[in-house]
Ligand binder design. Sequence first.
Ligand SMILES: NC(=O)c1ccc[n+]([C@@H]2O[C@H](COP(=O)([O-])OP(=O)(O)OC[C@H]3O[C@@H](n4cnc5c(N)ncnc54)[C@H](O)[C@@H]3O)[C@@H](O)[C@H]2O)c1
Length: 255
Amino acid sequence: MRLKGQVAIITGAGSGQGKAAARLFANEGAVVIIAEWNEENGKQVEEEIVAKGQQALFFQTDVSDEENIIALVNEVMARYGRVDVVFNNAGVGFSSSSKFKMDRLTDTPLQDWNQILAINLNGVYLLSKYVIPLMKKQNGGSIINNSSLNGIIGVPGADAYTASKGAVVALTRVMAVDYGKYNIRVNCICPGAIDTPMIADVLKNEAFSTAFTSNPLRRVGKPEEVAHAALFLASDESSYITGLIMPVDGGVSAQ
Ligand SMILES: NC(=O)c1ccc[n+]([C@@H]2O[C@H](COP(=O)([O-])OP(=O)(O)OC[C@H]3O[C@@H](n4cnc5c(N)ncnc54)[C@H](O)[C@@H]3O)[C@@H](O)[C@H]2O)c1
């Protein structure tokens, strides 16, 4: 019960890494707020957790929409009166099913560029903006941002995504520096290829699949492996850690 009684907002918790974190955090005693824009998936995760006798609440949220974020935070405060943990995990990524064009800079329409940044970067900014004042009043909290390997090394072909994730790395550092004095810790996970719906179609392509498994551990990661890193950063076990940029990538960034 490493998060017993704590209130944890997880964005994008209807799928993949966010879903794995929702299950894990609930198992560890947290009240999990599933801030997800896909209603069917978000509700399904809520039902699954509640059916186990654990606590979860689905709140339909678009992380890029400020009014949505305000409504989310107001609802959580009205029901639970605090926010201890935020996992800024929602994102749109390099996927053949993506509705945005993930391509090199010169081949990326401005509209797609703006929308990718609005979700992957502004989403982190907006939720953090509204929870940090609450965490200040509570004398602490833990914010975990989900960036990407793309945020620390240049992976060709998804430049808006890469820019958004690099910005999340930089933002994590400055948030850690600005809010450390309030006992608010801000850390960042940089996953390599993780087997979630985001890259399911891409993994079917042999060339990509080979690239994604040519890391020291010779395999793609599981969403639960990212969730465990997030749990460590959420819990008091990491109480002296802030501003950490943590690759969870099978060793790709060590090569
Ligand atoms: N899968 C990978 O290989 C990989 C690698 C590095 C980083 N990441 C990052 O990890 C995070 C989680 O991705 P995943 O792999 O679990 O993918 P996923 O597609 O399974 O899950 C992403 C979730 O975010 C939700 N979402 C997207 N936009 C949203 C919005 N505007 N508001 C609210 N919810 C929104 C989606 O509906 C979905 O449920 C993302 O930020 C992604 O960029 C993924």
